[in-house]
Design a protein around this ligand. Structure first.
Ligand code: F6P
Ligand code: MN
Length: 319
């Protein structure tokens, strides 16, 4: 129950999770990550835009923001006492933490870090599994979240019962602002990544379909703000498709696609690689990439249909 005088929408993250009777270790883990983000925001807002290996005015070595963000999160995960294994987009291998840890975490500490110098929004993306296995299909995630460092800082989370948005207040606490976000079946905005002249015929047909139905183009180049727009507006689709010369697209399954697919599905949307549900893909390696069509269900299904249609046409010609 909300404290007297406090509406539910002033509830902070920890209290929300407690009231939802989430597992204590999971609550602890999520709150550690939320705490880490305060230091990341500070680094983004005030840090030099140094690249790794350079020195500042005082001759101290500077860390690139993505390397720094990685260290901040890793330290918190280790300190949480509940993490078995962790895997960061910044490091090449799974890092064992504590064999007794209840959860394992894959994360992208600062997605879109190349956008910081042009002052566009960036984010942290996190995927959580129970146990030690990080190489399993995304449908087995027990929680996923992202933190968006935009004009406001928000944290969007699912622990398997809907998707909820928390915003950072003046005291740097995350308080609930939107409970149970829902996606409409149809999109009015689309965010197409990659170069259009490298799209396959099915994707090209889908994009033309979006244009013909009058959808508006919205693409910032940052996965977190782009997905956040799709999710919060509830009427959008993001794609980073197969490209000529890049049949797996660009985005990484473990750090980027699985957590985003989990969140979008939890809001009633869908996520596909054009042929198959993202959350059913069995990862073959930690750096696996996949094409993605993610957002409103009917439009994701339409993209799949165009892709199937064009692929069967071209194999009919080839045959
Ligand atoms: O980490 C990958 C990323 O920066 C995402 O944030 C974004 O969706 C994508 O790359 C943008 O790629 P591109 O520059 O090809 O549009
Ligand atoms: Mn990334």
């Amino acid at each position: 129950m909300p404290e007297p005088g406090k509406t539910k929408f002033q509830i902070d993250l920890r209290r929300y999770l407690r009231e939802e009777e989430e597992d204590r270790d999971l609550t602890r883990l999520i709150c550690e990550i939320a705490d880490a983000s305060k230091y990341i925001i500070n680094a983004i807002r005030t840090g030099d835009l140094g690249v790794a290996g350079t020195s500042n005015l005082y001759g101290e070595e500077q860390l690139a923001l993505d390397v720094l963000s990685d260290r901040i999160i890793r330290k918190r995960l280790v300190n949480s006492g509940v993490v078995a294994n962790m895997l960061s987009e910044e490091t090449p291998d799974i890092i064992p933490v504590d064999p007794h840890g209840k959860y394992s975490v894959a994360f992208d500490p600062l997605d879109g870090s190349s956008l910081v110098d042009v002052n566009l929004a960036v984010g942290t993306i996190v995927s959580i599994y129970e146990g030690g296995d990080l190489l399993q299909p995304g449908r087995n995630q027990v929680a996923a979240l992202y933190i968006l460092y935009g004009p406001r800082t928000t944290l969007v989370l699912s622990t398997g019962s809907g998707v909820h948005e928390f915003a950072m207040n003046q005291l740097m606490e995350y308080t609930l602002v939107n409970e149970n976000l829902r996606m409409a079946p149809n999109c009015t905005i689309y965010s197409p990544g990659g170069q259009r002249n490298k799209y396959t015929p099915g994707t090209e047909k889908f994009v033309r379909y979006m244009e013909d139905k009058g959808a508006k183009l919205r693409y910032s180049g940052g996965l977190v703000p782009d997905i956040n727009q799709v999710l919060l507006k509830g009427k959008g689709i993001f794609l980073y498709p197969h490209l000529e010369g890049a049949p797996d697209g660009k985005l990484r399954l473990l750090f980027e696609l699985n957590p985003m697919a989990y969140l979008i599905e939890q809001a009633g949307g869908a996520a596909s690689n054009g042929r198959q549900r993202i959350l059913d893909l069995m990862p073959e390696g930690i750096d696996q990439r996949a094409p993605v069509f993610i957002g409103c269900q009917e439009d994701v299904a339409r993209a799949e249909a165009f892709i199937r249609e064009e692929e069967s046409l071209s194999s009919a010609f080839a045959g």
